[in-house]
Design a protein around this ligand. Sequence first.
Ligand SMILES: Cc1cc2nc3c(=O)[nH]c(=O)nc-3n(C[C@H](O)[C@H](O)[C@H](O)COP(=O)(O)OP(=O)(O)OC[C@H]3O[C@@H](n4cnc5c(N)ncnc54)[C@H](O)[C@@H]3O)c2cc1C
Length: 247
Amino acid sequence: MEVELLEATDDPEELICSAARNDYASAFVGDQTFAETMDTVEGDSIRAKKETLIGHLLSHGHFGPFEHPQATFAIEGMSRSCMAQLTRHRHVSFDVQSMRYVAFDDVDPEAVGDGEMVVTPPSATDPDWIGRNQQSGTVDEETVEKREEVFRDSVQRSVEEYQRLLDLGMPPEDARFVLPIGTEVNVVMSMNARTLMHVADMRAAADAQWEIRGLTEEVLDYAAEWCPVTFEYYEEHMKHRKNRLAP
Ligand SMILES: Cc1cc2nc3c(=O)[nH]c(=O)nc-3n(C[C@H](O)[C@H](O)[C@H](O)COP(=O)(O)OP(=O)(O)OC[C@H]3O[C@@H](n4cnc5c(N)ncnc54)[C@H](O)[C@@H]3O)c2cc1C
């Protein structure tokens, strides 16, 4: 899976602070410079003042100002299983690659058997892999080789059968019913900084599945550059305290 930041609000933390200062100031933030807006906030630099105010907002549960900045990500090659988990989040906006208008008619089924087009879970190839909620433990090499063989045969066969159905004139939107849930999909998603923290609360957690956890950690890496004060505070004080932002 590949994750790219497509677009994000410029200076998101200036926006967060301006929105928050609006709540407590008699002056109109629209008529002020940012330095004037932050004048009475403790700190000897703009960065220090942002740290003071953002830390105060997050520690007191004043989350509204974090809904103003927005970021858009493009994700390539997520499984449809992972997409089903991700799209449960109702405050995230999505565009999902269509299986009605995009057909996998020119994919080589043998390449699918080699790992293209369908995401391979680590438990199919790594004998030492143990997912958090997985019932089974580690296995020997022979067992994992069998797992991989069954997995690869199965995904290859389903793509062969999908393409046979297309050859028989079945529309892609119906032929897709035989494709595996691990079939890759490209997604564009947008969310605000508050929702990003909430999704991270749930999906970067140890009991989330490996694929959505990996995705969320990558999104958090971008967030740390985009909104540094906020996500530094989040990492230090809030991460792994499940659903702090929206129980
Ligand atoms: C480890 C894990 C396992 C899961 N397993 C399953 C499963 O087996 N089956 C399954 O169906 N789902 C499962 N889920 C999905 C989970 O139940 C949620 O639907 C999903 O994570 C979306 O998160 P959210 O509920 O916080 O809602 P979001 O859509 O992200 O909304 C954010 C917050 O807004 C508020 N909110 C939004 N809509 C409403 C509303 N209508 N009413 C009240 N408050 C609202 C809530 O405070 C919510 O937390 C799982 C999630 C995780 C993390």
